[in-house]
Design a protein around this ligand. Structure first.
Ligand code: HEC
Ligand SMILES: [Cu+2]
Length: 347
């Protein structure tokens, strides 16, 4: 672990390409800088003034040289840009089958919530060879989620979900940092990502000890906070039916259309007046200050898991547990509310 290395360990599918890109940049910039330095010194000596009255020969221009020093850097720089952009788009676009883990950042810790109900602090367990997407939000100031070994870094903001994804390639323990100065104990906002073999990860999920799925926790909150008094799942009365809301365009009062993503639902619950919906009276109360970010994550997971309205697809009776994706099924056994996750000594 203490071996001297130039770059952080490479443990994700991005890492190899990232390393190549990095070394290409170092090589090109190094070669250009060296070339300029060498020519500078050589020409300084070669063309220094030898007599007090010596005048340089006047040169009117040289199309070939000018074209060369325009076209060659253009190709080099566009190449760098193109390669960087390609990798950036890969990092920005999670594959559709990625497993979602919700992360809440707060001064000064990371809290993770799994769809299956596991919760942990300052640790993150992930399977090797499977894409994992993190949907992150901050409870207070701006933080930044940084795992050098995976070559991923993403700002974590209040009132807005940001996403990052990765696919671990090597089992191991990898450092997790906050990379945005966020207060006095910023340097202590660190943790570990455990990349595990898929079967070990499955075991961890089963032993993790959780109280039902995240969506079922959300369902309880939905009833506890009286959302269910207004939002019914069979009829759409004075309040919109929340079935099939996630990912659908919503017509706003101001004429805009907005996509119902996590941030929209989050905003709607805390600041319902900010984006009023066409065709409804603005009677929804604000839940600002009443729900924690973790509860909001659970509510959103619940709303996302609601199926389409009865009659339009596979109907799920109102009030029944929402659908859980196939890969998240099969978690049985006794569950407790305790927050799981071991904290390694290094802190
Ligand atoms: C007093 C009734 C009432 C309560 C309680 C209520 N809502 Fe609403 N909700 C509404 C109404 C009315 C609208 C649509 C009007 C608007 O734009 O605010 C709405 C809109 C929404 C939307 C946007 C729906 C869409 O189609 O875009 C979401 C999401 C939502 N509510 C979630 C919740 C959650 C979660 C809770 C509980 C924490 C809750 N609501 C509690 C009445 C209510
Ligand atoms: Cu931080």
């Amino acid at each position: 672990m203490n071996s001297l290395r130039l770059l952080a360990e490479s443990a994700s599918t991005f890492a190899t390409e990232w390393n190549w890109l990095f070394w290409m940049l170092v090589a090109v910039c190094g070669a250009v800088a060296t070339g300029i330095a060498v020519l500078l010194i050589y020409w300084t000596i070669r063309y220094h003034r030898r007599r007090a009255d010596e005048l340089p020969e006047q040169i009117e221009g040289n199309i070939k040289i000018e074209a060369a020093w325009t076209v060659i850097p253009l190709i080099l720089f566009l190449g760098m840009f193109g390669w960087g952009a390609k990798l950036y788009f890969e990092i920005e676009r999670p594959p559709a089958n990625a497993r979602t883990v919700y992360v809440v950042a707060k001064q000064w810790m990371w809290k993770a919530q799994y769809a299956t109900g596991q919760r942990e602090i300052n640790t993150l367990h992930v399977p090797v060879g499977e894409p994992v997407q993190l949907l992150m939000i901050s409870q207070d100031v701006i933080h930044s989620f940084f795992v050098p070994a995976f070559r991923i870094k993403q700002d974590v903001l209040p009132r807005r979900y940001t996403a990052i994804w990765f696919q671990a390639t090597k089992p191991g323990m990898y450092h997790l940092f906050c990379a945005e100065y966020c207060g006095t104990k910023h340097s202590g906002m660190i943790g570990w990502v455990y990349a595990m073999q898929p079967h070990e990860f499955q075991l961890w999920l089963e032993q993790g000890g959780a109280e039902g799925s995240l969506a079922s926790t959300g369902e309880k909150i939905f009833h506890q906070f009286g959302c269910a008094n207004c939002h019914h799942f069979d009829t759409q009365g004075r309040c919109p039916m929340l079935r099939d809301l996630y990912g659908r365009p919503v017509q706003l009062m101001n004429g805009q259309t907005i996509l119902a993503d996590e941030t929209y639902i989050h905003e709607k619950i805390l600041h319902p007046r900010a984006q009023l919906i066409q065709g409804f009276d603005p009677i929804m109360p604000s839940f600002d200050g009443q729900l924690t970010e973790e509860q909001l994550v659970a509510l959103i997971a619940y709303i996302k898991a609601l199926g389409p309205p009865p009659g339009t697809g596979q109907p799920s009776a109102p009030g029944t547990a929402p659908q859980i994706p196939e890969y998240e099924k099969g978690i049985t056994g006794p569950r407790s509310t305790s927050i799981s996750g071991s904290k390694p000594g290094a802190r």
